[in-house]
Design a binder for this molecule. Structure first.
Ligand SMILES: Cc1cc2nc3c(=O)[nH]c(=O)nc-3n(C[C@H](O)[C@H](O)[C@H](O)COP(=O)(O)O)c2cc1C
Length: 198
């Protein structure tokens, strides 16, 4: 059972994606199976026209449905998560996150908006039927340093926060109640029978 990583930034040099990649590497190195979904690489017209049957989009939606946990990363744009991420979330079936664990991640320019992801994405996650939201990790641009060779360094307290968050996520991921719920949800939600939430 995999963990799906959804990158919601339109940027090719995305800081929120660097944070997402750090989380993916840590979980992969502890033996978790991971799937990467970069929304910016999905066909733009199909996203904007909500063409859920487009093969690349259908594959990404299927990766989400089959995952046991979802890690979502977004930049903060205009005090909310990105519009690009919303185009993908809008394509998901109505209860796509049922029985799943979700960890939201964000990067922002201003300390004033460091909680913006939590405020804006929680109602959406609830509408998608999420089982449990792990408290989001939000990082300021000033807390991520990217060297000319691409080497990324996070402030030490961000790394400590990630350690604590991933310990909680692993603990919840392998709990028996989530396991049972995930298996039941997978049985009840054949992909072809899932109605779109739009
Ligand atoms: C169009 C746009 C709007 C933004 N709006 C905000 C904002 O409202 N609040 C904030 O704190 N930062 C804002 N920022 C800064 C980004 O959130 C920040 O640079 C973030 O790390 C970008 O993430 P990314 O590299 O993954 O795209 C904005 C940046 C852009 C390009």
């Amino acid at each position: 059972m995999s963990i799906a990583f959804i990158s919601g930034s339109p940027s090719a040099t995305s800081r929120s994606s660097l944070l997402l990649k750090e989380v993916q590497q840590r979980l992969a190195s502890s033996g978790e199976e991971t799937e990467w979904i970069a929304v910016r690489d999905l066909p733009a017209t199909a996203l904007l026209q909500a063409q859920a049957a487009e093969p690349n989009i259908a594959k990404a939606v299927s990766q989400v449905l089959q995952a046991r946990a979802i890690v979502i990363a977004s930049p903060i744009y205009k005090a909310a998560y990105s519009g690009l991420l919303k185009t993908f979330l809008d394509l998901l079936p109505q209860k796509a996150f049922e029985g799943k664990l979700v960890l939201p991640l964000s990067s922002a320019g201003s300390p004033l908006h460091v909680l913006a992801l939590d405020f804006t994405i929680r109602p959406v996650l609830a509408a998608l039927g999420v089982r449990e939201v792990i408290p989001p990790v939000s990082v300021l641009d000033s807390q991520i340093q990217v060297a000319a060779d691409g080497t990324t360094t996070f402030d030490s307290h961000i790394l400590t926060r990630l350690d604590d968050t991933l310990e909680l996520l692993r603990d919840r991921l392998h709990s028996q109640d989530l396991d049972a719920l995930h298996r039941r949800t997978q049985q009840n939600l054949p992909l072809s029978a899932v109605p779109l939430g739009i």
